[in-house]
Ligand binder design. Sequence first.
Ligand code: HEC
Ligand code: HEC
Length: 186
Amino acid sequence: MISRGIIFGALLSVAPALAQSIAEKVEVCAGCHGQDGKPKDKTIPVIWGQQAGYIYIQLRDYKRGDRKNETMQPIVSSFEKDDMRAIAEYFAKKPWPNLGQPRSPKHVAQRALSAEHSVGCTGCHLEQFQGDGTTPRLAGQSQEYLAKTIADFRTRARGNNPGMTDLMRATSPDDLAALAEYLAGL
Ligand code: HEC
Ligand code: HEC
């Protein structure tokens, strides 16, 4: 018969093993998403300080193949649900990095704000585009990444959220370009 002590000891050893493996699992991320949270390439998104619920959904969707990306899919393929939750929490707790993107010029900001008012982006992305839960922060995100992922929603290359695809298709490309520039500079 296995003693209670052995079972208890086995349970205790699970926690540090998991913590260690999360630290190991996030090492690879820094190669692209940045050692200091500033991505190595402008088409790579900021994940430091992003909403935990949103990060988790993206990792899950890459793993399921609902969000297709040749780079991210193999990275997440071996992750279990608990890993993805822990990794999401890990990055959400980091400070959002300042990418030093300029504030958009007045005519761009006006165009972006009028598009924002007609669609009501902040109804979901909240005041100052800070996001919450499973809705992402957009303020200060890389302009090139925003433009790329908006285009991917429109063409359904990013098909993991049909609601966002519908909204992006209902908005003119010029308005979306203004929004990407405006959001990056917030
Ligand atoms: C080889 C480079 C590379 C590595 C390594 C990498 N990523 Fe990524 N990551 C990307 C690129 C490129 C994208 C954008 C893909 C797309 O357009 O769907 C991305 C997208 C993401 C997104 C979606 C963000 C958003 O705003 O929608 C999350 C979350 C993410 N990565 C987390 C991670 C985590 C966690 C790790 C480590 C376990 C990691 N990445 C490792 C390149 C990388
Ligand atoms: C009905 C709620 C809602 C509205 C309105 C909305 N969004 Fe979103 N948006 C979301 C959700 C939820 C996601 C996350 C989708 C996912 O899980 O992939 C998202 C994702 C995004 C992303 C991807 C961010 C990233 O890191 O990859 C961008 C960019 C974006 N929205 C821009 C906008 C803009 C610009 C508007 C207004 C023109 C807008 N959204 C209106 C709910 C909304």
